[in-house]
Design a protein around this ligand. Structure first.
Ligand SMILES: Cc1cc2nc3c(=O)[nH]c(=O)nc-3n(C[C@H](O)[C@H](O)[C@H](O)COP(=O)(O)OP(=O)(O)OC[C@H]3O[C@@H](n4cnc5c(N)ncnc54)[C@H](O)[C@@H]3O)c2cc1C
Length: 409
């Protein structure tokens, strides 16, 4: 079957960023496409992926994750094909082919294929009971296994791994987290913040092993144990693989588009083929790749303008995006540099009773990084100081107490 139209925009992938692009496109005064076709690998239309942790913990329903009701797509004349991933891009003929054999022509193609859980590269990853934590299907599998079994091992103590661990724990599983680095959330927290988090999660009943890597997953058909690098075996019924993400770039690579760690795009989100764009977690701007939704949203804003106006000067500039997380109800914020080095001084404030902690990194009287644990109200104010590179010498003594004290100083 072949379908085509004179001016067709095809979007490959329907995740959070593709949906934001659609929202921005329909809000433009002159949207030039006579057809917009979305080809989605997943079985359901775009949903709030961030809320999968809440769904896993049993605090949200699947339907509450939906970003738009089906009527919205009809109202804006957007065709969405679910559960039919794009398998090839033919750049000469300007069409894509899907797994079901649909051939869809395009005048402009947007690749928004996101990421998947990165492989561990060890024996046993293909066993039943070894699950990633990326989409609704993974989450449904985790919920299903948690209802039949008691023990889980989560590989990765970053935010995805910890959210998976907390969700499974709240469903009654006994959970062990393995983390390769010396402290949890090592991208967002310094060693003290990581230790505070470890102690809080231990108190809630999670077993946490840092500086620990699995070397094999053992079992016949179903995973039964995780073997560690010191030969220890941990018996388990479930392994969650949450040790980083890998951008989905095979489609683009097979089509001959320039790829590095992800699909390379210019500041207008164009790939090495000017009719094809990429954005979100599958793209790379200069040396930057992305693992949070906010940069993708900023890219969607730019790309909507570029697609609607060939003369648009809109351009995406990667910027320091603060990370705001809630792990097991504990608010965490970080922005900029998180680990001290020989050129930075640290301003540290800690309340042992409330378990609140703040580390601010300063270089040449400018704030270069902030790590907040437990109390994060002033996070955005600190990130503004980092972005604007303000001289903080006039209120340095008050810096750790937040905006009101600094304003008063
Ligand atoms: C459990 C969880 C919690 C998270 N929490 C946070 C958070 O607190 N804060 C934050 O900022 N970010 C968070 N993230 C990350 C955030 O969800 C992503 O940054 C965001 O979803 C990226 O959007 P995207 O559209 O680029 O990719 P995705 O949302 O991954 O969407 C890509 C879509 O493309 C589809 N696809 C892939 N290949 C094909 C193909 N060949 N053909 C058709 N379709 C294809 C995929 O199936 C998927 O549906 C979390 C992620 C997870 C998994």
């Amino acid at each position: 079957m072949t379908t085509g139209a004179p001016h067709t925009l095809v979007i490959c992938g329907h995740g959070m960023v593709a949906q934001r692009l659609l929202e921005k496109l329909v809000a433009q005064p002159h949207q030039p496409f006579s057809r917009i076709v979305v080809l989605n690998g997943e079985a359901s239309p775009a949903y709030n992926r961030i809320q999968l942790s809440v769904l896993l913990a049993g605090d949200a329903s699947e339907s509450s994750l939906q970003l738009r009701q089906p009527g919205w797509y009809q109202q804006h004349n957007i065709e969405v094909h679910q559960g039919d991933p794009v398998t090839t891009i033919n750049r000469e003929a300007k069409h894509v082919t899907t797994a079901s054999g649909l051939i869809q022509e395009y005048s402009r193609l947007v690749i928004a294929t996101g990421s998947r859980s990165a492989s561990l590269g060890i024996q046993g990853e293909g066993l039943d009971g070894v699950v990633g934590f990326r989409d609704l299907q993974d989450t449904q599998k985790l919920i299903d296994i948690s209802q039949r079994h008691r023990r889980a091992v989560v590989i990765g103590g970053g935010f995805l791994g910890l959210e998976a661990a907390e969700g499974l724990r709240s469903r009654g599983m006994s959970v062990t987290v393995l983390h390769r680095s010396s402290h949890l959330l090592n991208r967002q927290l310094d060693a003290t913040g990581g230790a505070l988090l470890e102690s809080a999660l231990n108190d809630r009943g999670l077993a946490l092993l840092t500086r620990t890597s699995p070397v094999a997953l053992l079992g016949n058909h179903t995973v039964r144990a995780v073997q560690l690098d010191d030969e220890t075996l941990i018996s388990t019924d479930l392994v969650v693989v949450a040790a980083g993400i890998a951008p989905n770039i095979q489609l683009a690579r097979d089509a001959g588009l320039d790829c590095d760690r992800a699909i390379q795009v210019n500041p207008q989100l164009a790939t090495s083929d000017p009719a094809i764009y990429a954005l979100g977690e599958c793209c790379q701007v200069l040396e930057h790749t992305f693992g949070l939704v906010e940069p993708g949203y900023q890219q969607a804003e730019v790309l909507a303008q570029v697609l609607c106006d060939a003369a648009s000067t809109a351009a995406y500039q990667p910027s320091e995006i603060p990370t705001r997380l809630k792990i097991s109800g504990i608010p965490i914020f970080s922005c900029g540099q998180t680990q001290p080095d020989s050129e930075t001084e640290s301003v540290i404030w800690q309340d042992h009773e409330s378990q609140h902690y703040c580390r601010l990194l300063v270089r040449d009287q400018r704030l270069t990084g902030a790590v907040l644990f437990g109390e994060t109200t002033d996070g955005l104010w600190y990130s503004e100081r980092i972005r604007q590179a303000d001289d903080i010498s006039a209120y340095r003594a008050q810096l750790a107490f937040g905006k009101p004290y600094c304003d008063a100083a």
